[in-house]
Design a protein around this ligand. Structure first.
Ligand code: PMP
Length: 407
């Protein structure tokens, strides 16, 4: 796979060229949220400056232009994950809202007391808490698939957790805390064979790999724009069309209805039944521009670039005595979570911040996973398409400083 000129790519991101505390910014917190290329910022500004209007209802020129751009973003999102039709793309605030929608709407309609929902040990809180809420309301059982000490999820273990009672599997594609890439296609095949539907939390996969919902045959898939170099406030719930249309709306209001009388209302088909009120128009347009940007750079090339960085970072970080990487799964993407002797994760984060290096320190919204590994927190470096080997070197140098100070 041909590589790209990363220095040239960096120039597309205005925020990256600054200094913090007099040091060049080294942004390695991409798993939390990614920076935005100028084309995204421009697309949003252009909408606001020249053709902004509410969508779907006006007959006037600006409303038509905004509606076209908004719906074009939906087409781009459909194409991005290879959905069959853009009707399968529901625009919501992000992955959190998407999972809550499925838990609330699908869960309360199609699951009953005693049915099992299966999640994994490395889920983000966004893919744990909604199922606990559903459990407490409906009496479903919530079962957890364990992972091994390296953070691998084995198909044997997964199969052992499936039962005739499993009705839904809700699982991450890539762990935000470990970087593990889950063997999704086999998991979906096994789940379907057991009679269960599958919802995938694709938050961490969106920026790092090509996603093909049809090849996966996944029932629901969600991700957030802000991790794919787009704006906050918008994300996608993909669902197979027949499933979406069988699910009741989670919110009521304008735009999602066919007909309203004081006695009753009827609802539009998906995706509109799940998009009441004025949607995130400007954000959708920015999201569309982000998708164009990522596709133009090439997802295969981005993956290859990031795999190289991750391997290099892993190698260099393991040279630091007393540093331990949490999660060394066979299939891993773009994330290195670690702890150091005598240094709390927050101390690591604070010290290296002074060297201009931005990482995340904490439980990464995966407290049960931290418990599993017997740590309260980790520091996490996560790479994006614009990071460089020199930045990995800056991280490693800053970590040596931590060792000097605390080790
Ligand atoms: N799942 C995973 C794996 C994530 O990394 C995140 C974001 N940290 C979420 C869910 C939640 O996404 P959002 O905050 O965009 O709703």
């Amino acid at each position: 796979i041909a590589s790209y000129d990363v220095e040239k790519v960096r120039k597309d991101f205005p925020i990256l060229s600054q200094e913090v505390y007099g040091k060049p910014l080294v942004y390695l917190d991409n798993a939390a949220s990614a920076q935005k290329p100028k084309v995204v910022i421009d697309a949003m500004c252009q909408n606001m400056e020249t053709y902004y209007s509410n969508v779907h209802r006006g007959l006037h020129r600006l409303s038509q232009l905004s509606t076209d751009a908004f719906e074009a973003a939906r087409e781009k999102a459909a194409d991005f994950i290879n959905a069959e039709t853009s009707d399968e793309i529901v625009f919501l605030r992000g992955a959190t809202e998407a999972i809550n929608l499925v838990a609330w709407s699908y869960g309360r309609t199609f699951l009953k007391a005693g049915d099992e929902v299966l999640i994994s040990e490395m889920e983000h809180h966004a893919n744990i808490v909604p199922w606990q809420m559903l459990r407490d309301e409906t009496g479903i059982e919530l079962k957890v698939v364990p992972i091994d000490d390296d953070g691998n999820l084995s198909l044997e273990t997964f199969s052992d957790c499936l039962s005739a009672k499993t009705r839904l599997v809700a699982i991450t594609h890539i762990s935000n805390a470990l970087g593990t890439i889950v063997p999704l296609k086999d998991i979906i095949r096994l789940s379907h064979a057991a009679g269960a539907k599958v919802l995938v939390d694709g938050c961490q996969a969106g920026p790092h790999m090509k996603i093909d919902v049809r090849d996966l045959d996944v029932d629901f898939y969600c991700f957030s724009s802000h991790k794919v170099y787009g704006p906050t406030g918008i994300g996608v719930l993909y669902g197979k069309l027949d499933l979406l249309n069988a699910m009741p709306p989670h919110h009521g209001g304008g735009e999602m209805i066919d007909r309203v009388t004081f006695e009753m209302s009827t609802y539009k088909d998906a995706p509109h039944r799940f998009e009441p009120g004025t949607p995130a128009i400007i954000e959708a347009i920015g999201f569309g521009a982000a998708i164009d940007y990522v596709k133009a750079l090439g997802q295969d090339r981005i993956s290859a670039h990031e795999q190289g960085l991750t391997a290099y970072a892993t190698e260099r970080m393991l040279e630091i005595e007393g540093l331990r990487i949490i999660g060394q799964a066979q299939e891993k993407a773009s994330i290195v979570s670690f702890v150091m002797d005598n240094a709390h994760a927050h101390d690591i984060g604070t010290i290296i911040d002074r060297a201009g290096v931005a990482v995340r320190a904490g439980h990464h919204c995966a407290q049960p996973l931290m418990d599993r590994f017997g740590v309260s927190a980790t520091a996490r470096a996560s790479f994006g398409l614009y990071n460089t080997r020199a930045e990995v070197d800056a991280l490693v140098a800053a970590l040596h400083k931590v060792k000097e100070l605390l080790g």
